[in-house]
Design a protein around this ligand. Structure first.
Ligand SMILES: Nc1nc2c(ncn2[C@@H]2O[C@H](COP(=O)(O)OP(=O)(O)OP(=O)(O)O)[C@@H](O)[C@H]2O)c(=O)[nH]1
Ligand SMILES: [Mg+2]
Length: 179
């Protein structure tokens, strides 16, 4: 289902002049992998790569399962941007997402690298989900002052909202190109 959606979106956006790595994180079941090709929980991580002209673009899709979350930090030094996916309908675990986000932002490597973070309030199709503003409040995003961040609602099953989110992070990378 929706196989290669990241690739086609990125192609449609006609982006990037160089090599860039995006790290995709968030709790298990938030919908990180649905946007590209996986339909089963990710084991460890998976990588999707694209060549666009002279540009090599890589998305590291990390598993959000508890036992694998420790892997995220190993990619902070290489990431040019982070996509943090939230299951906006999982009200019970938004506090866990907040804790994982806090841990991530406290990481010494990441703290020194002001790379942008795109938050995706996913599963916007589900009734009773949190709006992006509510997600933002629940996660305490207004406390993030040392880097650019943005939040948009999306539905990874249909792709709705993904393009707008990606456009934002790509714009950020254009303004502050990866080292
Ligand atoms: N209703 C709805 N379901 C979604 C959406 N995005 C993903 N899902 C479903 O959520 C479940 C988990 O999606 P995954 O993409 O595997 O989640 P993940 O974040 O990659 O999970 P891990 O790999 O375990 O970290 C799947 O059953 C998806 O079909 C969405 O926008 N709306
Ligand atoms: Mg996954």
């Amino acid at each position: 289902m929706m196989r290669g959606m990241w690739s086609s979106l990125l192609a449609a956006l006609g982006l990037l002049r160089r090599r860039a790595n995006l790290l995709c994180v968030g709790l298990d079941n938030s919908g990180k992998s649905t946007a590209h090709e996986e339909v089963v929980p990710t084991v460890g991580f998976s990588v999707e790569m694209f060549e666009r002209g002279k540009v090599s673009f890589t998305i590291f899709d990390m598993s959000g399962q508890g036992k694998y979350r420790d892997l995220w930090r190993h990619y902070f030094s290489e990431a040019d941007g982070i996509i943090f996916v939230i299951d906006s309908a999982d009200r019970d675990r938004i506090v866990v997402a907040r804790e994982e986000l806090a841990l991530m932002l406290e990481n010494k490597v990441l703290a020194k690298r002001p790379i942008p973070v795109l938050f995706l309030a996913n599963k916007m199709d589900l009734e009773n989900g949190l709006s992006p503003v509510e997600c933002s409040e629940a996660l305490g995003l207004d406390r993030i002052r040392d880097r650019a961040w943005n939040i948009s609602a999306c539905n990874a099953l249909t792709g709705e909202g993904l393009e707008a989110g990606l456009e934002w992070i790509i714009d950020m990378l254009r303004q502050a190109p990866p080292q």
